[in-house]
Design a protein. Structure first.
Length: 279
């Protein structure tokens, strides 16, 4: 009998919306993107509460539902044990569960955070108190101070890079200045990875790619929760992603924060979605 050593891949549908507050458009956009995505690998669905009232706890809007759903998604992933995960998610906060699972399963991994925003706020520093703007900081802090039941393995500052970021809150700017997190501007993202990141990530065999679709220029795709001008072009992003996937074993790749429900407009993302399907 021959043992099958091929990676066990899964497509994760996780339409968590509470991280953006009362946001039915984020839920509906995630449902539409999942339908367009049409996964070609086994599907994994995380049940979430339908859009409704959310309240603030521990300085985070919607924390009770978020905490429940994060813990549930982590357990689902543990039970199914996928080695590679392609995620169609709601807010950036879905990454807290996905990356925590992959980090606990695989050990240290490099994280490419493609996003117009830093997602580096804390419950105290956040002006909005929305958890989707705290996701990366929560991972860096190992969940401490965020009121979660989920076990969050802390990631190192040397494990991450922010790519395409261009809209930061003052506390986020200060945190980046203090910690020295690499920030790659849109102008530096051409057809391949900047050499300084290749050097930084050479220690890793496996990487995770987070893509908040607001990293894209709204001239090409505006159907996101927080559109931000002067973003990355779709062709440009595809080239960089291809370079990453050729250099490293990408064990996870996500598309999050879409509110677009029009299939024709979603088709603009096809060059990116093709790569997610091929994970």
């Amino acid at each position: 009998m021959t043992r099958d050593n091929s990676p066990k891949k899964g497509a994760l549908f996780y339409p968590q919306w509470q991280g953006a507050g009362y946001s039915p458009e984020l839920y509906e956009g995630t449902v539409a993107l999942w339908s367009y995505f049409s996964p070609q690998m086994p599907s994994i669905e995380v049940p979430v509460d339908r859009p409704g009232e959310v309240t603030k706890h521990n300085g985070i809007i919607g924390l009770k539902q978020i905490d429940k759903q994060l813990s549930n998604s982590y357990k689902i992933l543990q039970d199914l044990n996928p080695s590679h995960i392609a995620t169609i998610g709601g807010g950036c906060d879905v990454e807290v569960a996905v990356i925590s699972y992959l980090r606990a399963t695989h050990g240290p991994l490099g994280i490419f955070w493609f996003d117009a925003h830093g997602d580096l706020n804390t419950p105290d520093s956040s002006p909005s108190k929305l958890f989707h703007g705290m996701a990366l900081r929560c991972l860096l802090e190992g969940g401490r101070g965020f009121g979660l039941q989920l076990p969050v393995p802390s990631i190192s500052l040397q494990d991450i890079a922010l790519l395409g970021v261009r809209d930061l809150d003052p506390p986020e700017r200060e945190y980046i200045k203090e910690t020295g997190i690499p920030v790659i501007a849109v102008s530096e993202l051409m057809e391949s990875m900047p050499e300084k990141l290749v050097s930084q990530f050479k220690q890793f065999e496996k990487v995770y790619i987070h893509i908040d679709l607001d990293v894209l220029d709204p001239v090409e795709f505006a159907g996101v929760k927080c559109p931000t001008e002067n973003g990355v072009r779709i062709k440009q992003l595809r080239s960089v992603l291809q370079d990453i996937m050729e250099r490293w074993d990408a064990i996870g790749l996500s598309l999050v924060e879409s509110i677009e429900t029009d299939k024709k407009k979603l088709s603009a993302l096809e060059p990116i979605i093709q790569l997610v399907r091929e994970l």
